[in-house]
Design a protein around this ligand. Structure first.
Ligand SMILES: C=C(O[C@@H]1C=C(C(=O)O)C=C[C@H]1O)C(=O)O
Length: 373
């Protein structure tokens, strides 16, 4: 077979020579790119004066990745190509400044998986025991950014995360979505037929409810802080001969040396979790952005209607609405609203003014690029 157009040689040795030559070029170019990123860091340091220098620019990274996907002609798919560039940028940013990322740990959680999907692999991992600890770690400056789960397509919102925004000054700097696959895991020495207890995070137990009812009706379900913690406990319990199992993902399975009894046991095959990136940064417009608001409604008739009406009138697309008890007054509510657009855009400014007029508080939790990957 000939391929004159691409000028690709045909024999194995020649093809491998060609690949070696291409790799050489790619490597030089990646290093040239890395040198540019180092220069960018110097310019940022010189420009910023006394202010804290912001090295990570989510809006710029989103634009780079979108362009990669737009101009991609294959044969590699758009997402595959973007994932490669995601890691190249991650390495370049680490050269400017290594990012310490706090996430809901321990090592091996879906949240860690989401952190790597968003920032690439060249980060310093800071696993935290609970969601509020992720907030504290970022608030104190010990970590540059944090990653927390916010909603799941099967189970709905993660209340703990939403509630943490009430008293926090942190901003939402980004979002990332992950398809979640759960597996039933045991230690290799354990006979699955003897399992008496199944450990997992409460959300994961809920996402596998029908499957558990059907196949494990007699095993006791025990909710723990995270799936990875469940996996860790199961590997430790096995040493004491306890017949326990965990529901967790791939990374946790590998990390704690467990065996899969059953794979992909989630009740819904499209089970997806959305995570938020939290930090101190006010992210500029990327061109395709989302804004999250926290609104304390007035405790009066028609309060929700008057909050929703301006969205329709101004043609602003609302992507999410969540309600939580306000905790301030017995039947008062706060609303979490996401809409498409950046808060600094003209239309968003009009919208926010109108919302302020009919709510007791409107807090902009952040504007950030719509997830690219
Ligand atoms: C190079 C920069 O710094 C970081 C690295 C980027 C990259 O490697 O392309 C992009 C944005 C920043 O997170 C920049 O701000 O342009």
């Amino acid at each position: 077979m000939t391929n004159k157009k691409m000028d690709v040689p045909e024999t194995l040795p020649l093809l491998r020579d060609r690949i070696d030559a291409i790799d050489n070029e790619i490597q030089q170019l990646i290093n040239e790119r890395a040198r540019c990123a180092q220069k960018v860091a110097e310019v940022k340091l010189a420009d910023q004066g006394d202010e804290e220098v912001v090295f990570y620019r989510p809006e710029r990274e989103a634009q780079v990745l979108r362009r990669v996907m737009e101009r991609n002609l294959g044969p590699l798919g758009n997402e595959e190509m973007a994932r490669i560039f995601r890691q190249v940028m991650s390495s370049c940013l680490a050269l400017e400044k290594p990012m310490r990322i706090a996430f809901l740990g321990p090592e091996g959680t879906y949240t860690q998986q989401a952190a790597i999907k968003h920032f690439g692999k060249s980060i310093v991992s800071a696993p935290m025991a609970a969601i509020d600890e992720v907030f504290r770690e970022v608030e104190s400056g010990s970590a540059n950014y944090g990653v927390v789960p916010v909603e799941n397509s099967t189970e709905g919102v993660v209340n703990h995360t939403l509630d943490s925004f009430r008293d926090s000054k942190l901003k939402i700097c980004g979002e990332v979505e992950e398809r979640i696959h759960h597996h039933l895991l045991v230690a290799p020495s354990i006979n699955p037929d003897e399992v008496t207890h199944i450990y997992s995070h409460q959300q994961s137990l809920a996402q596998c409810r029908a499957w558990l009812d059907r196949y494990w009706p007699h095993a006791e379900r025990v909710a723990v802080n995270s799936n990875a913690e469940a996996a860790k406990m199961v590997s430790e319990s096995a040493r004491n001969g306890r017949s326990v199992a965990a529901i967790a993902g791939e990374i946790a399975c590998e990390l704690y040396g467990l065996t899969k009894v059953s794979s992909n046991i989630e009740d819904r095959p499209d089970n997806t979790t959305r995570f938020l990136i939290i930090g101190h940064q006010d992210v500029p417009e990327s061109g395709q952005d989302k804004t999250s608001l926290l609104i304390s409604a007035k405790n009066e008739a028609g309060a929700l209607y008057s909050l929703l009406e301006p969205f329709k009138r101004l043609g602003v697309s609302m992507t999410r609405l969540e309600t939580r008890p306000s905790l301030m007054s017995k039947w008062g509510y706060i609303f979490y609203i996401d809409f498409e657009g950046h808060y600094q855009s003209e239309i968003s400014q009009v919208l926010i003014k109108e919302l302020q007029a009919c709510a007791s508080e409107v807090k902009v939790l952040g504007s950030y690029p719509i997830a690219v990957l």
